[in-house]
Design a protein around this ligand. Structure first.
Ligand code: CMX
Length: 465
């Protein structure tokens, strides 16, 4: 099952890729904002038509199990940038991960798609030219420095404060300079909300690496000076440099892939949904994304990549040098019998191995040093055994690995061993999809979110009636 899905994705690429990329690629050198000004009006028309012709069309129903089951599966959100299919996995504006890896421009000299290219695709639905992607890199580098009061704020945090809490607080403080908030106070027209929102969003994406790298330095290497932003580097090149891995091109390429892959996973996941919910109140993008980071910091969501490494290392310690399928199985059962979840497995929507996991495995397969790493071998071997164990356990609806089963082990191999920091990298990544939605929600004039809740008594009454 696992291999067949990966194969199917890659073969579908061969058929459609040239056509897809050809019709999506822009010949022009328009900026992101100029491109958005072109693509927003037809989308506004599409929404108007949907409202006019189908406002009352039923597309699903709500059962009591959905209400008591975390709203699982309810079709209830508009999210333009990506759609998640339970079997096939994520598609960004219709493009699968292998397709994106093939057509989204890499950094100069690199091979992996950059987060900038992914951001462009998410925002506009179009594949940027290498020139457009590099222009965006230059803009992000130019805007990447933190205001000094945010630097001071972050430097004042105790080292023992979790890096995710620091990130969320730092992001919230950036709202001091919010263009949206200033424009709102000036009384900007509703139809123009999206433009200052875009300005904030670009600033946020640009500043996240500096903020995240500062937190890393402060918590783990307080005596190390922080290197300044290099205007000639892409976003990840700078982030890697500031983290202290700038001389390891393999690590930088991995970070590019990691950040681009984690960028968006449709709208219903906890972090994306939180950002949209808070943004729907017209809170500025910094406040909305700060809230999203708090959701990402939960162990059932983004913190799972930290938990995977912790769990994996404990398993390695316990099993010792002779790793076999049998002793991995035993360890898995011990975890399950102690009432804990197996981190890195299961998903709220996916019912197959996560194609993001497949892409990260693919990255490992092309590099002999990674193939030789005991940590990465253990991840691979666990993925061979865990689905059967979880099926036998009989609880989880998806016994396959999700992205977090693989994402941390490569970081660990390259020397980023402080796994409490891993979710921060996820936080740098998830901004790509969250900010895209914040811009589009305002471009489309989406309203404040307000679902209906019921008490159990009210629900019983509803059932009787
Ligand atoms: N190990 C053990 N039990 C698991 C499990 C796992 N990996 N995944 C799900 N289950 C259990 C659930 O806890 C639940 O048990 P109860 O009925 O006792 O409450 C049962 O199986 C049914 O759960 P589900 O419908 O399959 O999964 P949910 O949609 O409720 O939860 C998720 C999804 C991701 C939170 C869950 O699979 C999990 O906890 N996985 C481990 C943590 C993890 O890897 N999280 C990262 C997710 C990736 C992301 O955030 O993008």
């Amino acid at each position: 099952m696992f291999k067949r899905v990966a194969f199917q994705s890659y073969t579908s690429v061969t058929g459609n890729l040239a056509r897809n990329a050809g019709c999506r690629r822009l010949a022009s050198t328009k900026t992101l904002e100029e491109t958005l000004r072109e693509v927003i009006p037809p989308k506004q028309e599409q929404l108007k038509k949907l409202k006019a012709e189908h406002a009352q069309t039923v597309v699903g129903d709500v059962k009591v199990e959905n209400i008591i089951g975390g709203m699982r599966g309810i079709k209830a959100m508009l999210w333009e940038a990506s759609v998640l299919d339970p079997i096939e996995g994520i598609r960004f504006h219709g493009m699968s991960i292998p397709e994106c890896r093939e057509v989204l421009p890499p950094a100069p000299g690199g091979k992996e798609m950059t987060p900038e290219s992914m951001l462009w695709l998410l925002m506009t639905g179009k594949v940027p030219t290498p020139q457009q992607s590099q222009q965006l890199s230059a803009e992000l580098a130019e805007k990447g420095e933190l205001p000094s009061f945010v630097e001071k704020l972050v430097d004042s945090f105790p080292k023992t404060l979790h890096p995710m809490t620091q990130l969320s607080m730092g992001v919230a403080a950036l709202n001091h300079d919010s263009a949206f908030q200033a424009a709102y106070e000036r009384g900007v027209k509703k139809t123009e909300y999206w433009a200052p929102t875009l300005e904030d969003c670009i600033n946020l994406v640009a500043k996240l690496p500096s903020l995240a790298a500062r937190i890393y330095r402060n918590v783990y290497y307080p005596d190390r000076p922080l290197v300044p932003i290099d205007r000639n580097l892409d976003l990840t090149g700078n982030y890697s440099n500031m983290l202290g891995f700038g001389n390891n091109e393999n690590m930088t390429e991995y970070l590019r892939l990691y950040i681009a892959l984690h960028g968006d996973h449709e709208g219903g996941n906890a972090s994306a949904h939180t950002s949209h919910l808070v943004g729907s109140t017209l809170a500025d993008p910094y406040l909305a994304y700060s809230a999203a980071l708090n959701a990402l910091a939960g162990p059932l969501h983004g913190l799972a990549n930290q938990e995977v490494l912790r769990w994996q290392i404990a398993m390695q310690k316990e099993i010792g040098d002779t790793i076999t399928h049998d002793n991995i199985k035993e360890y898995l059962w011990r975890t399950l019998k102690s009432g804990r979840v197996v981190p890195g497995y299961g998903h709220g929507v996916l019912r197959n191995p996560d194609p993001r996991f497949v892409a990260l495995q693919d990255f490992c397969k092309t590099r002999p040093d990674l193939q030789a790493s005991p940590t990465i071998q253990l991840v691979q071997q666990t993925a061979e055994v865990a689905p059967e164990v979880l099926k036998e356990h009989g609880k989880t609806k998806n016994p396959y690995p999700n992205v977090d089963a693989a994402s941390g082990c490569v970081l660990y191999h390259y020397g980023l061993t402080e796994f409490k920091y891993y979710t921060v990298i996820f936080g740098v990544s998830r901004a790509l999809g969250a900010v895209t939605q914040l811009v589009w929600a305002r471009a489309l004039g989406l309203p404040i979110e307000r679902p209906k809740s019921y008490s159990m008594d009210a629900l019983e009454k509803l059932i009787k009636n």
